[in-house]
Ligand binder design. Sequence first.
Ligand code: PA5
Length: 469
Amino acid sequence: MDMEKMRLRLDVNNMMDTAVGAHGITQKELDGVIPKAKEAFEYFKKNRGSGMMGWSELPYNQQEVVKQLLDTAAAIRSRFKNFVVLGIGGSALGPTAVQQAINHLHYNELSDQKRPGPRLYVEDNVDPERMLALLDVIDPAQTCFNVITKSGSTSETMTQYLVINDILQQRLGDAAKENIIATTSADKGNLIKLVKSQGYKSFIIPDGVGGRFSELCPVGLLCAAVCGIDIELLLKGAAYMDSLCSESDIYRNPALMAAAMQYIAMGKGANISVMMPYADSLKYMADWYCQLWGESLGKRYALDGSEVFAGQTPVKALGVTDQHSQIQLYTEGPFDKVITFLAVDEYRGDVAIPEGCPDIPAVNFLCGHTMQELIKAEQLATEYAVMKSGKLSHTITLPQVNAFTVGQLLYFFELETAFTGAMLGINTFDQPGVEEGKNATYALLGRPGYEDKKAELDARPAKNPRFII
Ligand code: PA5
């Protein structure tokens, strides 16, 4: 494969005042942030592979694991009709995003002959209706369940496990364990205890790989391999992006350039980041990005302990669908957003728009074009409209959507997030704000050790009925 031909391109022209006018970034502002960007790059370079930056080495250190994943995936494909991911957040968003990006858009509905693997379902919630709906369409005995939790203790995931394990036990007895694969930390949490006591097959989430940075480890790779995705190419794409981002010069490092732009934009009040792919295949990449960007950068405290209330609210949109929903706001609303367009040079298929409506020129002009030409024209047109309205945007173009380019995209956003977090001076890799809600849930459901939290909750201000109408 010609890697250069499959290289992602970042175009930041429409972030600059020269394109968008008064609210744009000036060359002086960009020059001014270069030392900080270099510092962020050097920080990443020095710390990569250690602490919570273990994710950065995933493209390089998994040869053995990849072999085991491929063997396991082949065994699953030959034995099971369905593959279900039990997990939430970082354990679910990546598998969904990569599956949607690379496989057929109606993968589950394909015939067994055409589908490269078992049907895939990702249970990213504890909505009972969702669980019941899943059980309506799968036969648990013919299903492999991949329980994924880095902490090994997430209530949602353990609830999904308890429900499924109970059903499997009733149906299969001791053989139930053959239908469960656990992906978790080597020595943390409860799932690893179950692996040991129940004898489940397992894969390890390496230390230093947080949930939202885990798609390129067994969290995402097993599911992808089971569904016939070339996981070696995915990792190769990530390594290629790493090589494209290996210099401290922002003009030679796309992830650092994007981080520098976002950093300046945040300083100018752009506190919303809209991810807008022009491809249904990349629709759930926006969901994955929202967790990565939101949970990593949304922090109350800087590393020096000062209160900063950092972050940029991520919003997902889909081109062209959201042109008919959100674009009015993006063009004429407040100057508080950066829009990231994801464009595609060559879609994997095309549909000719046939001749028709000869007496209606306002419809007939479409004839003779293709749907690919239309979606690409609409992407360019929207980029232009956003630019003309003075709003900030940049565009990442994928030559095609395939395992190699998706690997690049995942790694690009991980790097951009790490660089931006370093520039903001925050801890990019923790999520203390998630804990309060988790602890309150434990208290409400009577988890031992959370009695004080329960008392705290019971003492919260009473609701005023006047405001419940
Ligand atoms: O990024 C994170 O660490 C979190 O969002 C987790 O992915 C999420 O909370 C699920 O956690 P776990 O994998 O421990 O079950």
